[in-house]
Design a protein around this ligand. Structure first.
Ligand SMILES: Nc1ncnc2c1ncn2[C@@H]1O[C@H](COP(=O)(O)OP(=O)(O)OP(=O)(O)O)[C@@H](O)[C@H]1O
Ligand SMILES: [Mg+2]
Length: 468
C-alpha cells in the first residue's frame, strides 16, 4: 500500500527551509501522548505546553518525522523545519484535500455534529473506503489534521466543523471544500460568546463558503432559523438545498420514530421513497440526526438503502448517551451517560429518552444534572426552563450541581428534590448512595461541569458491568 505521505510530498506541500531526509508516514498527529509508529508529528505551540518539548520522545517512539520551527535537542530522526508549524499543518491538510478524489461531506450545527458524523462514517464505510474526523476534531487544529489524514484511496470523507467564537467556521470550511454540507441545527449553545441565535445561524452558514462545484446544502427544515440559513446557502452559491426534518416541506422527512430504550424504529421518506430502518441509538434527536445523515448520503451519491441498514449498528458513545448495565445490590442499575456535553437542545432530548426508559421492578428514574455552560446572561432562565421536561421525564429523584442549576432547583417539586451542591465532586457521593437496584440513572452536564466524576462514583459504587 502506498504511504499516506512520502517525504517528497510533504516537502512539496510545506516548503521547508532545508532539505528533508527521506521517510514515509502513515499517520499525522500533534498529540505527543497519541504518537504512534510511522506518524508524522507536528510540534504545535500550545497554550501551556510547546510541542517542541516532545519531539525527541515522539521520534524515539517511532514517529516517521517531525515538523518543527526551531532546533530541538536530542532529536533522532528526520526533522522538517518550517517557519510556522501551525501553518504547515494547514498546508498539509490542504494538500490532502487537493489530491483526494473522495466525495466530501462537512458537518456543523449546535448539537449532534459528532453523532451525525459518526453515523455517516458507519453508513458510508459499509459501502466504500471512508475517512472521518476522529472524536470532535472540529477546530483550527482538528480540521487540518483530519484532512491531512485523508487516505489517498478514500472514496468518502466526512469532516466535523465546530466553533465557539465568530469567524471560526469559514476558514475551516474553505479547507474542507465539501461537496455536501449539513447544518444539524441552530440552538443556543455557546450563546454567551455569540450574542444571539441569529449570530449563531450566520456563523454556521459559513459552512457553505468555498464549497466544491455543484455543492449541496442540507438544512434542518424544522429549525426556526431555516429561512435565514437558506438565504445564506443561496448567497454562497450552493447548487441545491435539501431540507430534512418532520416538516411536510422536508425532502427528507421523518415520518415516525418508535422509541425503544436501546434504539428506535424509524420510518422516513427520502425524496418520496419510503424506507424503514432500525437505529441502534435511542431518542428522537438521534432519529433526526439519522435522517440528516441519510440526506447527506443521497446528496453524495451513495446507496441510501444500504446506508439505512448500517444504522442498526450505530450506538451512542460514552458521555453522549451510551448506556451501561451495572450490577448493584441484589439487582442492576442502568446508567445513561451524557456527561460529555449539555445545552438547552440536548438536555430535553436526553430527558425524553429517560421518559421512555422503564426502570426494572422496584426501581426509579434518577437524574444527576450539572450546569450547562457558556449561556451568557440568559443562563439561569435556560436552566429554569428545563423544569417541564424534568417533570415529564418521570424522574423520582433529581440531584443538581453548579450555580445555574439553582434556578432549576427552585422549580422542582419538593418530592423530587435530592440535593443541590456547588459542584460535581460534592454531588457524586450523594448520587451514588441514593441509588438502589432497579434504578435508571441519567447523568448530564457540560464538559466543564465535570459530571464524569458522578459517573465514575456510580460505577465505583456498583459491582461492575452486568451486560445487557
Ligand atoms: N440533534 C440533536 N438534538 C439535541 N441533542 C442532540 C442531538 N444530537 C445529539 N444530541 C445530544 O447532544 C450531546 C452532544 O452530541 P454530539 O457529541 O453529537 O454533539 P456535537 O455537536 O458534536 O458537540 P461538540 O460541540 O461537543 O463537538 C449528546 O449528549 C447527544 O445525546
Ligand atoms: Mg462533536
Amino acid at each position: 500500500m502506498t504511504a499516506l505521505w512520502t517525504s517528497d510530498e510533504v516537502s512539496r506541500a510545506l516548503s521547508p527551509v532545508a532539505a528533508v531526509a527521506s521517510f514515509e508516514a502513515n499517520g499525522v498527529t500533534f498529540d505527543s501522548r497519541a504518537v504512534g509508529k510511522g506518524d508524522l508529528f507536528f510540534a504545535l505551540g500550545g497554550e501551556t505546553t510547546d510541542g517542541h518539548a516532545f519531539v525527541a520522545d515522539a521520534l524515539a517512539r517511532g514517529a516517521a518525522a517531525a515538523v518543527v520551527s526551531r532546533d530541538v535537542a536530542g532529536a533522532q530522526g528526520p526533522l522538517i523545519r518550517v517557519p510556522d508549524t501551525m501553518k504547515a499543518l494547514v498546508d498539509l491538510g490542504r494538500a490532502g484535500r487537493r489530491r483526494s478524489k473522495a466525495r466530501i461531506a462537512s458537518v456543523t450545527g449546535s448539537v449532534g455534529k459528532t453523532s451525525t458524523k459518526d453515523a455517516l462514517r458507519a453508513m458510508l464505510s459499509a459501502q466504500a473506503p471512508t475517512s472521518a474526523s476522529v472524536a470532535s476534531y472540529n477546530n483550527h487544529v482538528g480540521v487540518p489534521v483530519s484532512l491531512a489524514r485523508l487516505p489517498r484511496e478514500a472514496r468518502y470523507g466526512v469532516f466535523e466543523i465546530g466553533m465557539n467564537h465568530p469567524g471560526e467556521i469559514e476558514p475551516l470550511a474553505r479547507q474542507v471544500e465539501a461537496h455536501v454540507g449539513v447544518i444539524t441545527n441552530v440552538e443556543p449553545a455557546h450563546i454567551g460568546h455569540m450574542g444571539s441565535e441569529e449570530a449563531i445561524a450566520d456563523e454556521k452558514a459559513c459552512l457553505f463558503a468555498g464549497m466544491a462545484d455543484r455543492a449541496v446544502a442540507v438544512l434542518n427544515r424544522d429549525n426556526r432559523h431555516y429561512e435565514r440559513l437558506l438565504g445564506h446557502a443561496r448567497r454562497f452559491g450552493v447548487a441545491r438545498v435539501v431540507g430534512f426534518g418532520r416538516s411536510e416541506a422536508a425532502e427528507v422527512r421523518l415520518l415516525s420514530c418508535n422509541l425503544q430504550d436501546s434504539g428506535s424504529d424509524v420510518v422516513a421518506l427520502i425524496h418520496g421513497r419510503r424506507i424503514e430502518y432500525r437505529l441502534g441509538a435511542a431518542g428522537s434527536h438521534w432519529a433526526l440526526n439519522s435522517i440528516a445523515a441519510l440526506a447527506v448520503v443521497e446528496a453524495l451519491g451513495a446507496d441510501v438503502a444500504a446506508a439505512a441498514a448500517a444504522l442498526a449498528n450505530v450506538k451512542a458513545s460514552p458521555g453522549r448517551g451510551a448506556r451501561r448495565m451495572l450490577k448493584f445490590g441484589a439487582g442492576t442499575i442502568e446508567l445513561l451517560d451524557e456527561s460529555y456535553n449539555a445545552n438547552p437542545a440536548s438536555m430535553p432530548a436526553m430527558l425524553a429518552v429517560l421518559a421512555h426508559t422503564v426502570p426494572a421492578p422496584g426501581g426509579r428514574r434518577v437524574l444527576a444534572l450539572g450546569d450547562m455552560r457558556e449561556l451568557g446572561e440568559g443562563a439561569d432562565a435556560y436552566h429554569a426552563g428545563l423544569a417541564d421536561a424534568v417533570a415529564a421525564s418521570g424522574a423520582a429523584q433529581v440531584f443538581l450541581c453548579g450555580p445555574h442549576m439553582q434556578a432549576l432547583w427552585r422549580r422542582l417539586a419538593p418530592a423530587q428534590r435530592g440535593v443541590h451542591r456547588p459542584d460535581s465532586t460534592s454531588l457524586a457521593g450523594d448520587v451514588a448512595t441514593a441509588l438502589r437496584a432497579g434504578d435508571v440513572v441519567a447523568v448530564k452536564g457540560s464538559l466543564g461541569s465535570k459530571m464524569k466524576i458522578v459517573v465514575d462514583a456510580i460505577v465505583a459504587a456498583s459491582d461492575g458491568e452486568a451486560g445487557r
